[in-house]
Design a binder for this molecule. Structure first.
Ligand code: NAD
Ligand code: TDX
Length: 342
């Protein structure tokens, strides 16, 4: 099988590329990524030179680029490419609308024209909005996004749904909860707190710290996407969650304890505007229909993830300083592949 993976230089996408190459030695991957601030070729350094993986620097909104890639032999598309950070969407939503909505539309149209056999839209639990103290999102929960980020993801989901309904387009949507693991950009809670704690910088806790997220290790998310890619039913939505709901302040305390740092680093800061209070995912459908379940507990996955960031302190340092952009130039200069040369 030959996959077009978009956003494969980002956090989840790069983990998925690695997951697929390891599990399916016969598969080929075309990895299309714009290399925004969040895309980092260093996340793929360990598979450099693997002929089964071809990196293409490009934009999912660019019809010519996407068409050229799809008119080769692509069997399935997995769309990770997105602007993914809620706080950034509050400051400026324009790139979220462009990439997350227009980019998805472009992929859908060109996939349809090229008769792609399977399309997976990587969505998020945030499209369902926020929960009170009890209950969990099911696939039947009405969509009620609260941030410009989640609104753009919900709009993309609705486009995917409409292409399935109107054109019989073979798409499936996954909606996953908060991921953690190696290679996550340190604007997101866990790598940000780990990085700050390692440098004895205060840990910013929004509001009262009691907002709850359902944490899933990125490896478990990759396994869920694998299950949906191979066994998911066209037109369906599959929720994916870790069944590990934890308030933010508790996450921060566990990180400090794991690193042997003082809780005096905890610093309550002004709340995020429109901050969703609680997410929880009911993933019964994928567990029963596709035989998937999360395997990595937060108790095991968090220390392992912290250990990864400690072992890769130079990765973190380069990402935080912006020096990884130089790595782009070095790596990309060597591996540059213009579409016209393909
Ligand atoms: P990320 O921000 O780490 O990576 C996004 C990647 O997309 C980057 O490599 C970036 O360069 C690329 N990209 C951005 N705009 C692009 C464009 N126009 N064309 C091509 N590439 C582009 O994000 P992530 O955390 O890995 O999330 C991946 C996907 O999973 C997103 O769609 C996100 O909405 C979804 N998701 C994330 C989480 C989470 O906890 N991180 C949870 C559920 C769903
Ligand atoms: O400095 C911080 N302090 C803090 O208290 C940051 C960055 C976050 N927070 C809080 C806000 C949230 O309640 O921690 C929680 C997690 O925040 P993020 O890491 O920004 O994630 P979240 O807003 O929950 O969204 C994430 O999960 C769903 C991803 O960023 C999305 O891409 C994904 O769709």
């Amino acid at each position: 099988m030959r996959l077009l993976i978009t956003g494969g230089a980002g956090f989840i996408g790069s983990n998925f590329v690695r997951y697929i190459l390891k599990k399916y030695p016969g598969y080929g991957i075309v990895n299309l990524d714009k290399l925004t601030y969040a895309g980092n070729l260093e996340n793929l350094a360990d598979i450099e030179g693997d002929s089964r993986h071809e990196f293409v620097h490009g934009d999912i909104c660019d019809p010519d680029c996407v068409h050229k890639l799809m008119s080769g032999s692509v069997d399935a598309v997995v769309n990770f490419a997105a602007e993914s950070h809620v706080d950034r969407s509050i400051l400026d939503s324009s790139e979220f609308v462009r990439t997350n909505i227009e980019g998805t539309r472009n992929l859908l149209d060109i996939s349809r024209r090229n008769k792609i056999g399977r399309y997976i839209q990587i969505s998020t639990d945030e499209v369902y909005g926020s929960l009170g103290d009890s209950g969990a999102f099911t696939e039947e929960t009405p969509i009620a996004p609260n941030s410009p980020y989640s609104a753009s993801k919900a709009a993309a989901d609705l486009l995917v749904r409409s292409y399935c309904h109107t054109h019989g387009f073979p798409a499936v949507i996954t909606r996953c909860s908060n991921n953690y693991g190696p290679c996550q950009f340190p604007e997101k809670l866990i790598p940000l707190l780990v990085s700050n704690a390692m440098s004895d910088i205060p840990l910013p806790i929004y509001g009262d710290g009691m907002n709850v997220r359902d944490w899933i290790h990125v490896e478990d998310h990759c396994a869920a996407i694998d299950a949906v890619l191979h066994r998911g039913e066209t037109g369906e939505v599959y929720n994916v969650g870790g069944r590990q709901e934890i308030p933010n302040i508790e996450v921060a305390r566990r990180i400090l304890a794991a690193l042997g740092k003082s809780e005096s680093l905890l610093t309550y800061v002004e709340d995020r505007p429109g901050h969703d209070r609680r997410y929880a995912i009911d993933s019964t459908k994928i567990e029963t229909e596709l035989d998937w379940k999360p395997r990595i507990t937060f108790a095991a996955g968090l220390p392992e993830t912290i250990a990864w960031y400690r072992r890769n302190a130079s990765w973190m340092e380069r990402v935080r300083s912006g020096a990884y952009l130089k790595y782009y130039d070095d790596m990309y200069g060597r591996r540059k592949q213009t579409l016209s040369a393909r």
